[in-house]
Design a protein around this ligand. Structure first.
Ligand SMILES: [Cu+2]
Length: 355
């Protein structure tokens, strides 16, 4: 931060000196001819070469960014729809990069080629129908293709139905944590309403105690998902807008107070499998080198890190928003069942709270 401020101050001082020099120059009686402000052929040639230099700079910084920061992008998707979503994004980027590569080269080359020369007059060029047609029709076709593909993908991803016996999970957002609720043995969530929240009796999600479906609901602080089974999420928020973001599964949905929003996906890679992937091992290694450095300096949050899927809040919802997260564990059906059976149901929790 100090470095940024120092650089900013230096740049501003530089600009101030430059401006003062200009004012000083303007205030002098001109010794040269009045034409000193008109660009000469040499000036124009110089600026033409600078155009090439700038072109090399933008290509260079693009390649450098890919090389240096490419490793920070999300790993291959861990959900069924994620691959479709990723290829849409990939192709959009490929097209953008090809177009940008060609147009930037043309733009800078022509700026050099048609630089001002003494005695050369600019050609007055009103319009050309063929050219207009070409540069209209190409973007129309490409954009229409991308939009149609995008709409098709979007409809597929947002088609939330109860086919294939999905697991029903509620994700409940509040400042600043997440709670998950499973429907229990019957996979049906009991009715809930924020008005029924009773903190003293540990009814933290406001479940309706008179609803028989609520009795076997399981309320937890860690999200367990069986691999290969579709999950239908139902999101609620207690206070403000939150956004449930599960980056590894390419899933995000707003959590809106007063309504239930939905999203559905099928996890395809277990946490254990994910930890074995070379890119995960590489990332864990990188992170733990940084953490070891922090630990050596006695800084907090420096314990060795292990990969876990994560649910994050992606809507700035208050001062501890940055830390609003929950661990997600994708495991085999047997592991999931064993975990679920070890959890207390809503009825058991309420009973244990009775005086
Ligand atoms: Cu939030």
């Amino acid at each position: 931060m100090t470095a940024v401020l120092t650089i900013a101050v230096l740049v501003l001082v530089g600009i101030a000196v430059w401006q003062m020099t200009k004012i000083f120059e303007l205030s002098q009686v001109r010794a040269k001819s009045a034409n000193a402000e008109v660009a000469t052929d040499e000036d124009n040639r110089y600026n033409g070469y600078l155009m090439f230099a700038f072109l090399i700079f933008i290509y260079g910084i693009t390649i450098f960014s890919f090389w240096k920061y490419g490793k920070y992008i999300l790993p291959e998707s861990s959900s069924e729809h994620g691959a479709e979503y990723d290829s849409l994004l990939l192709w959009s980027f490929v097209i953008i990069f090809i177009v940008q590569f060609i147009t930037q080269a043309l733009l800078h080359y022509y700026a050099y080629k048609y630089r001002g020369k003494k005695g050369t007059k600019a050609l007055f060029f009103a319009d050309n129908n063929t050219l207009e047609f070409i540069w209209t029709i190409i973007p129309v076709i490409v954009l229409a293709g991308l939009i149609l593909w995008g709409l098709y993908t979007w409809t597929n991803i947002m088609d939330i139905n109860e086919d294939d016996d999905p697991l029903i999970v509620e994700l409940y957002a509040q400042q600043f944590n997440w709670t998950a609720r499973y429907g229990g043995a019957d996979n049906v969530l009991g009715e809930a309403n924020v008005r029924l929240i009773d903190i003293d009796r540990a009814n933290i999600l406001g479940l309706d105690e008179s609803d028989p479906n609520a009795s076997d609901d399981v309320i937890v602080k860690e999200l367990h998902l069986p691999v290969g089974r579709k999950v239908n999420f139902k999101f609620r928020s207690q206070d403000v807008l939150h956004s449930a973001y599960m980056p590894h599964f390419r899933a995000q949905m707003n959590c809106v107070p007063g309504m239930i929003t939905e999203f559905s996906f099928t996890p395809t890679v277990t946490t254990a499998e994910m930890r074995q992937r070379p890119e995960t091992i590489e990332k864990v290694k990188r992170t733990n080198i940084l953490r070891a450095e922090k630990a050596a300096m006695g800084e907090p949050n420096s314990d060795p890190w292990e990969f876990d899927y994560v649910l994050l809040c992606n809507k700035i919802c208050g001062k501890s928003h940055y830390n609003m997260q929950m661990k997600i564990i994708v495991e085999t059906e047997e592991e999931y069942q064993a975990w679920l059976e070890g959890q207390q149901t809503f009825n058991q929790t309420m009973a244990s709270m009775q005086p």
